[in-house]
Design a protein around this ligand. Sequence first.
Ligand code: PLP
Length: 249
Amino acid sequence: MTSPADRLRAVRERIAVAARAAGRDPASVGLLAVSKTWPADDVRALAALGQTAFGENRAQELAAKAAELADLSLEWHFVGQLQRNKAAAVARTGAVVHSLDRSSLARALSRAGEERGRPVDVFVQVDLGGAAGELAERGGAAPADVPALADEVADLPGLRLRGLMAVAPRGEEPGPAFARLAALAGRLRADHPGATEVSAGMSGDLEEAVAAGATLVRVGTALFGSRPLTSPRVTPVTGVPPEGAPEEV
Ligand SMILES: *Cc1c(COP(=O)(O)O)cnc(C)c1O
């Protein structure tokens, strides 16, 4: 049995080794601990070791954990596909949203940012495609649509564009996919100099992502262990529609 401290140290070491191999400063790569399905106590254990950024992929689970851990100063990130009718609930938790992939969601999140009086930090998620070049459809805007979507995000008053996010496609080497992401990120920075971040890399492919310039890796399994097949029950939080609720029109 490895301890949370051992696992955190091992992940940080993997990031540092990958960064140095790419001629990068290990401090230029942030670590987002993806705590989805894991109870708040496991987040607490990692927080006690100095980890501050945590990611969730369900609005209700995020709201419940953020409320339960409100005594800690944690930075929350939302990495799952987001329905428009949950944009306000996610914004209220203060989370950075990694999965902005369409105009309607951009407008809903911007409204939520204006309502809470502070812009929502967002990454535009890119669909890097499947092995045969088609879209992988795990969320994300088609690469060709990214520049226009980024322009729209940059113009919305309730959003702050931080950069691009992607998940490596299944059934393909992650390196070339992350290289495509890096090229898009370079183009994005030319148009939006403040959007410098690249959220990419998970437990299985963080080295390839760091080699391609990721500034934030999202790691779940290597920190917390293999996820159970079903999520633990979370305390319902008022104001968050249940998962699977239909999108508002
Ligand atoms: C679950 C998840 C991760 C973490 O994946 P692991 O393989 O467990 O490290 C990263 N990014 C997103 C979008 C996720 O949903």
